[in-house]
Design a protein around this ligand. Structure first.
Ligand code: SDX
Length: 393
């Protein structure tokens, strides 16, 4: 460090804020939302109830839950002009880019969001709008990719069933949501809902800290989550497992590649900045993968490759020395795939789950009057020097 500045690349040892939302213990592999164990919430709660808990700080009463979910159902429809933005995207556009663009476009449809001093009611309405409209945008991004007509929300359905119907219903045939699929998706969204100051949440906070609108802040969070080192890892894991399967299924060979310093290849879905023990979410998802695939009668060979890879890594000195364990992204893609979700929509599923966490953290940052985020640096560039005219260079 030099003078007052302590260099901390990637903020590995920096506490950026105080927060009362989510507690992680990396050594013990503990994750709690507002003090409630993730294992209990995944087992007993549902995604909208967990969203309420994260954002408002308490588990809702029956009345609070009903009005919250009714509010959300009432706001699932998006302005017809959003279709014009959607049509502007070529069908090869990655859904994460479409999603972050449409969320940012909400600043145009709800310009009151640009006013930093708007009322609490207006802030709360934008929170409801985000949770209500994100599934619609996500499903429409997928329809744009498939060249299929978009589906409008069906307000008679619960949150996940409505999303699945918008995703997969086609005009030509009847579509009934499979309750097993809807319940599995709901559990996955709970498991992704918040994770203290991860890369995308820190992005939401820092964009919001300049008093940029909530829509612009969430859009920025979606873009940070997109990267393969963060939420994009769930897509890279499946691509990696497919490559191993195509290459004869030799897990050991890829383990050695991941250990080779000269090879940029990393074991995707492994390792974590905070968890130096098992990611508690990975444990729950691994069990759910067996459950869901069995219930759906799906036999996916990459699940066995994933388990072999996990077993080999957990017994390999390189991974043991670096305390590298499967993280939330290692098994989630296997379930998404069994649910019929296409690979390039996996990170969109992560964004859908993380949305209430981003919102809760943005709200807390705003209510605590946190200062604008503006870190310093250690300068390593040229010393002072005089300007040289072009003809003398
Ligand atoms: C998520 O922060 C969060 O909470 C994120 C998240 C959330 O809920 O928001 O949990 C979601 O993003 C999970 C992580 C998904 N990313 C991946 O699975 C990509 C693969 N994982 C790695 O890129 C890495 O482990 C990170 C990004 C997750 C963590 O990176 P760190 O903390 O900066 O660790 P590092 O890169 O400094 O690695 C430490 C050592 C290095 O070896 P040395 O240089 O010390 O010899 O471990 C090695 C790394 O090379 N290493 C790996 C590895 N992960 C770390 N080696 C092979 N394969 C890996 N996956």
């Amino acid at each position: 460090s030099s003078g007052l500045i302590t260099l901390d690349p990637g903020y590995k040892n920096t506490g950026a804020t105080k927060s009362a939302i989510t507690f992680l213990d990396g050594e013990e592999g503990i994750l709690r939302y507002r003090g409630y164990r993730i294992e209990d919430l995944a087992e007993k709660s549902n995604f909208l109830e967990v969203s309420y808990l994260l954002i408002y700080g308490e588990l809702p009463t029956q009345a609070q839950y009903e009005s919250f979910s009714k509010e959300i159902t009432h706001h699932t429809l998006v302005h017809e002009d959003i279709k014009k933005i959607l049509e502007g995207f070529p069908s090869n556009a990655h859904p994460m880019g479409v999603l972050s663009s449409m969320i940012c476009a909400l600043t145009a449809f709800y310009p009151d969001s640009l006013n930093p001093n708007r009322t609490e009611e207006e802030v709360n309405l934008s929170i409801i709008r985000l949770i209500a409209k994100m599934p619609t945008f996500a499903a429409w991004a997928y329809k744009n990719e498939m060249g299929h007509p978009v589906n409008y929300p069906d307000n008679s359905l619960d949150y996940c069933s409505n999303f699945l119907k918008m995703m997969f219903a086609l005009p030509a045939e009847k579509y009934d949501v499979d309750p097993i699929v809807s319940a599995a998706l709901d559990k996955l969204l709970i498991l992704h809902a918040d994770h203290e100051q991860n890369c995308s949440t820190s992005t939401v906070r820092i964009v919001g800290s300049s008093q940029s609108s909530i829509y612009a802040s969430i859009s920025a969070g979606i873009n940070a989550l997109w990267g393969p080192l963060h939420g994009g890892a769930n897509q890279s894991v499946i691509e990696m497992l497919e490559a191993i399967k195509a290459d004869g299924g030799d897990a050991k060979k890829y383990l050695d590649k991941a250990k080779d310093k000269n090879d940029p290849f990393r074991l995707m879905g492994f390792g974590h900045r905070v968890y130096k023990n098992f990611d508690p979410r990975a444990k729950i998802i691994k069990k759910a993968a067996d459950d869901v695939l069995e219930k759906l009668g799906v036999n996916d060979p990459v699940l066995d490759i994933a388990k072999e890879l996990e077993y080999a890594a957990l017994n390999d000195q390189y991974f043991i020395d670096r305390q590298l364990y499967p993280n939330v992204d290692f098994y989630s893609g296997i379930i998404y795939r069994a649910l019929g979700i296409p690979t390039d929509m996996f990170t969109v599923m992560f964004a859908l789950g993380r949305l209430p966490g981003w919102i809760a953290q943005w709200k807390e940052m705003r209510e605590n009057g946190e200062p604008i985020g503006r870190p310093r640096q250690v300068y390593t560039g040229s010393n002072e020097r005089d300007y040289v005219s072009m003809n003398k260079r």
